[in-house]
Structure formats: C-alpha cells, structure tokens
Design a binder for this molecule. Sequence first.
Ligand code: ZN
Length: 148
Amino acid sequence: MKFLADNMLGRLATWLRLLGYDTAYLPDADDHALARVARAEDRVLLTRDVELTRRRGVRCLLIESEKVGEQLKQVMRALGLSTRHAFSRCAECNILLDAVSKETVQNAVPPYVFQTHERFLRCPRCQRVYWRGTHWARMLAQIEDLTR
Ligand SMILES: [Zn+2]
C-alpha cells in the first residue's frame, strides 16, 4: 500500500516512511496535482480537506485529527498497517535503505554508536546512516502505544 500525504500532513508522512511505507509528500502541489499523482501512482490520498475526498477515482482517507499521533493511529487502524517493515526506508527521501558493513560507516556515526552497534543501514540518495539505537526502540514503543 502506497500513500500520498497532502501539504498539511508532512509529519504524518515522515512517520509512515519510518514504518516502511512508500509515502509521497508534495508540499507545493495543488489539489489537482495531488489527485493526479494519487491516481497515476495508485496511492491512497491522506488529506485533511474534505473537498479533496470528493475527487473522482481517487482512493482517500479523510484524516480527522490535527495531532500526528492520532493521525497515525487512524491510518494504521483504518488500513491495517503494521510495524513489520519499520525503519527500512529513509524518512527524508522515501526510498529503501541499503544494509552496509560496519566499517563503511565509521566516520559517519558517533564513536559510541559505532562501538555499540553491529548493523547499519544507509540511504543510497542522501547517505544518511540509520541504526537501531535507543531512539529506534523508543519510536517503536511509541507507535505500538498509539495503535493499541
Ligand atoms: Zn535519504
């Protein structure tokens, strides 16, 4: 399942990417362009705008809350999302991360992180390095809390 977040929902888009879901976010696109991209790329349009949900041929979910936690909970419940593929996608670029060897990231992560972790992932576009540290566990717990 792929998503397109409207320009009110940038933070929700980041969370969905962290969950591993392909989520486009086009903050400068107008309603017409959003509808066109959703149709062309078969994305569920997530929107706070009831007018947008009336566009023909676009699969939509009207997001009720202004709070990102509530928004994420609504999407996960309504569409049956899971945390199974969490942290497999770059939160900035929306593309899948590559597993990289520990040696290749030595200069890209803090020394403590390098010493205490064995597995690293890197975004092939922005080169940002991800590892499953304490913030990872905290975020996952937060997501599981939200969806309980
Ligand atoms: Zn990236």
